[in-house]
Design a protein around this ligand. Structure first.
Ligand code: 5GP
Ligand code: MN
Length: 337
């Protein structure tokens, strides 16, 4: 993988550029993609954003989102864009499998692929250029670095700054995680110079749900949460009947995994959701539980040290049983190391 700083100078106005991110994009994935899109467009390049799947309603207010192509919804159009692209920017994911049904078309496209990401263990062999830096708070911080080092910083504007702020805010847990470095605060001070409305951005993402979502959270915390005090761990396993009963849609379960971490002594929280095609895991920890290795080793996933995800085709019950078994094994492994 060649250096990212060669990329901007190599782009030509005649090139077709595609920007994509991981499936079910979160504010960092969507924010970084839109910020890069708005910036490259301002700089005179021809580019499009493709999301591998649909996205949460709480992202709909983001500048430029109306122009994003949903791969699952507009497959032919998206495949054409991918096939004829000269450059494909891959944001906020480390492995092509994170783009779901787009994986094959992306791998087959002759375009030069550029990675900008902060997850562990990237699939380096499939990217021609890029940067992978796990010390970065967010992909938005990395897109900000890309813009600043492009020599076209003067193209930064309120819309771009708003998208970048949304992503860095979300990925740092509103500036509380250890990844919130002095550079992050410097960047935010710079973005504030563009008159971004930080309170409105926060509210647009976190105070934008329907009543059913809060009642659903009450229900699952009461009936579906199990505390495994021996392992300082909480597990929430949600059957299909719950998501159906409460009319849960994309984005409604975002953040749910964090609730058990507010219990004194709980250091790891796991959330398992029964989706149609698979069972989806989310893992979060404080300090010394390595969620990335845990997800990678047992649940076909990965991510960061304190936040990761995984998936399985086994039933909900089988997953719960496996979780309890491997948690025991992993805890003793961690104690040994
Ligand atoms: P979430 O729990 O919010 O879905 O994901 C938490 C973190 O783990 C995110 O940084 C996400 O990119 C990563 N992640 C989630 N699911 C997967 C997965 O199936 N595979 C890998 N490699 N990473 C995942
Ligand atoms: Mn991210």
């Amino acid at each position: 993988m060649k250096e990212i700083n060669e990329v901007f100078q190599s782009l030509s106005p005649a090139d077709s550029i595609v920007i994509t991110m991981h499936q079910k994009p979160d504010p960092d994935a969507m924010g970084s993609a839109l910020a890069l899109y708005l910036f490259l467009r301002q700089a005179g390049f021809n580019c499009r954003v493709i999301s591998p799947t649909n996205w949460a309603d709480f992202l709909e207010w983001m500048p430029g989102i109306q122009e994003v192509v949903d791969y699952e919804h507009s497959k032919d159009q998206a495949n054409q864009l991918i096939q004829f692209a000269n450059w494909i920017f891959c944001l906020d994911f480390n492995n092509m499998s994170r783009t779901r049904f787009m994986e094959e078309p992306l791998l087959q496209s002759p375009a030069k692929k550029v990675l900008i990401d902060h997850h562990r263990e990237p699939q380096l062999e499939v990217f021609h250029y890029g940067i992978s830096d796990i010390s970065k708070s967010s992909t938005c911080e990395m897109v900000y670095d890309f813009i600043i080092s492009s020599g076209k910083e003067q193209l930064m504007n309120k819309e771009i700054a708003t998208c970048l702020y949304a992503g860095v805010m979300a990925d740092t847990g509103s500036f509380r995680f250890a990844s919130t470095t002095a550079s992050v605060h410097h960047m935010v001070a710079y973005l504030k110079g563009f008159d971004i409305q930080h309170a409105k951005i926060h509210s647009a993402i976190y105070d934008n749900f329907q009543e059913n979502r809060l009642r659903f959270i009450g229900h699952v915390l009461t009936f579906r949460m199990e505390i495994l005090y021996e392992f300082n761990t909480a597990l929430i396993a949600i059957p299909k009947s719950d998501t159906q009963k409460f009319h849960i849609k994309t984005g409604d379960t975002e953040g749910l995994v964090n609730y058990p971490l507010s219990i004194q002594g709980i250091e790891m929280a796991a959330l398992l959701i029964d989706r149609d095609e698979e069972r989806k895991w989310s893992f979060r920890s404080k300090e010394h539980f390595d969620c990335n290795t845990f997800a990678r080793k047992y649940f076909n996933g990965g991510g960061h040290y304190n936040a990761s995800g995984g998936r399985s085709l086994d039933s909900l019950e089988e997953n719960v049983a496996k979780f309890k078994m491997v948690l025991k094994e992993f805890s003793s492994l961690q104690q040994q190391s």
